[in-house]
Design a protein around this ligand. Structure first.
Ligand code: DAH
Length: 342
């Protein structure tokens, strides 16, 4: 080794001081080995080779190398301490008592759960789930269902018209007409979907809400089949001991018509504020399909009979959970929806 080589190596090793100052803990270990390692350390090797230099140079370069060794050792020690204190600072900022973050999981809306359950129950009775358009003509929404356009029932539905004769459906009943026109009996369908009415958004109304329509048409369907079908549904959906009451009513598309009440599932019929102390809650309108509807939809009313029903899953969800205000079902507030995690 010449003088020149020795000085060059010292200068090179001096440059590593900068690298050491910012090294990571694993980087430090490597640097220590590379420079000071007992076997292959560059500085160790340099010190061992001092004997190859002429005596005058040996002393000077030897002194410089020893000073540099001290500086490198000190720099490594300093950087090691820095890394350790940064580590323990991280340790101090961790709050091990902090509760774990809630893991949000996707979930069906409580109204969707009710819609799916209702359709499943009717599926057991042979009903097929179908959907229809939300934009309808007044012919399908009203006329084919035996609702004259000047009839108060058309008023009652307070319609959103999009253009003359074209409207947002006010009920799912138009799918009765579409299905009967397209398919010959036997027909058994359930039709979930959104319907629209010019209603205020208040605790018991919404301008858009869910309905489920049902229609069964076949030869020889009687009022007994109708009652049995509805009774089966109510007991499967609420509970086996739920009372079912058929109250005479009027709908233009059914004859006779009924409104169906169930024993209040909250107070079991003893009377509470939700059922207004009557012990019953209305859950749907229904009846035997009016022959005029069959005639207007191309079904032979001499040959076939049937029953139909329409219910509101929002209302049924409110009854099921004792929810006092329909608007809660539209706000999508996680504090509310989080209570219905399945
Ligand atoms: N379409 C009616 C409404 O929206 C509900 C209804 C009543 C549907 C009786 C029916 C039925 O199928 O038979 O108020």
């Amino acid at each position: 080794m010449s003088n020149e080589t020795a000085r060059g190596r010292l200068a090179e090793l001096e440059n590593t001081l900068e690298t050491i100052a910012t090294a990571s803990p694993s980087g430090l270990a490597e640097l220590r080995n590379e420079i000071l390692g007992r076997k292959a350390g560059k500085l160790t090797h340099l010190l061992r080779s001092l004997g190859e230099l002429p005596p005058e140079e040996r002393r000077e370069i030897g002194a410089a190398a020893n000073i540099l060794k001290g500086r490198i050792e000190a720099a490594i020690e300093k950087r090691t301490a820095e890394c350790e204190s940064a580590d323990s600072a991280v340790g101090q900022s961790e709050d091990l008592a902090m509760p774990a973050r809630t893991l949000w999981r996707g979930n069906r809306h409580p109204v969707t759960v009710v819609v799916d359950e209702i359709c499943e129950i009717f599926k057991e009775l042979g009903f097929t789930r179908v959907v229809g358009p939300e934009v309808e003509t007044d012919e399908y929404n009203f006329t084919k269902l035996n609702i004259p356009l000047d009839h108060p029932a058309a008023d009652m539905h307070d319609t959103f018209y999009l253009s003359p004769g074209v409207l947002l459906r006010t009920h799912t009943s138009p799918m009765q007409a579409h299905t009967m026109e397209k398919y010959q009996p036997p027909i058994r369908i359930v039709v979930p979907g959104q319907v629209y009415r010019r209603d205020p958004f208040d605790p018991s109304h919404s301008p858009v809400f869910e309905q489920i329509e049902g229609l069964a048409v076949d030869e020889g369907i009687t009022f007994v089949d109708f009652k049995a079908g509805i009774d089966y549904f109510v007991k499967a959906f609420f509970s086996k001991d739920t009372k079912v009451r058929f109250r005479p009513s009027f709908f233009p598309f059914t004859e006779p018509s009924a409104e169906i009440d169930v024993g209040c599932p909250l107070c079991k019929g003893s009377g509470c504020s939700t059922c207004k102390h009557t012990g019953f809650m209305e859950i749907m309108g229904a009846g035997m399909v009016h022959p005029t509807v069959f005639d207007r939809c191309g079904v032979d009313s001499e040959k076939y009979t049937g029953y139909a029903y329409g219910m509101g899953p929002h209302r049924i969800t409110m009854i099921r959970h004792g929810i006092p205000d329909i608007r809660l079902l539209y706000e999508n507030d996680m504090r509310f929806l989080g209570q219905f995690v399945e």
